[in-house]
Design a protein. Structure first.
Length: 189
């Protein structure tokens, strides 16, 4: 199933400080307090505190913009200063974000500890995804990706589109030279 970037609906962040666009979450229809896993994009227009999600592990990938510094209360700093830079942290950790030079857009993966586990990898060009997970998502960061699945089913992902695979599948990828994509694997625990 393809989730087109244009179909995503903007909603306020949990703390009201920005806008998020949910791509997918499980179980279907789960609230922000009850999801096992969640994928989203966020537009960050100003400095501020991150929403806290107790018992949730987070992975953040910078998509666009000059970036941001994420400072934890214990002094640890995650610097996302180039597209595709990744930060991993616990959702209950107090974090303050400082934009480096203007607004950014990021990709967010959240999994509730004890219910799900996620892997997030940056891929480029035409390498094939690993489909050994309970769920696999392919998010097109930039460029164009043509995908051929079993039975000659073909999909094309443009920037911001996501392919969801609910079961392992053999896929063939053809990507534009400038393509970059995220491979997200979700496994139930």
């Amino acid at each position: 199933m393809i989730i087109r970037a244009g179909s995503l609906v903007a909603t306020p962040w949990k703390n009201g400080g920005g806008v998020t666009r949910e791509i997918a979450a499980g179980p279907l229809g789960a609230s922000l307090d009850a999801f096992a896993w969640r994928l989203s994009m966020a537009d960050v227009a100003s400095d501020g505190a991150f929403s806290r999600f107790a018992g949730v592990d987070r992975v953040l990938v910078l998509l666009d913009g000059a970036g941001m510094r994420l400072e934890q209360a214990d002094g640890r700093v995650h610097t996302l200063d180039a597209p595709l830079a990744i930060a991993r942290f616990a959702g209950e950790t107090p974090i303050h974000a400082t934009l480096i030079n203007g607004p950014t857009r990021d990709f967010n993966v959240m999994v509730r500890r004890g219910r799900a586990r996620a892997t997030v990898d940056v891929r480029r060009a035409s390498c094939s995804p690993d489909a050994r997970h309970d769920l696999t998502f392919i998010f097109c960061v930039r460029g164009r990706i043509d995908i051929k699945a079993a039975g000659d089913t073909r999909h094309t992902l443009e920037t911001g589109d996501t392919l969801r695979l609910d079961r392992a599948a053999e896929l063939q990828f053809e990507a534009s030279d400038d393509a970059a994509w995220l491979h997200i694997g979700i496994d139930d625990l």
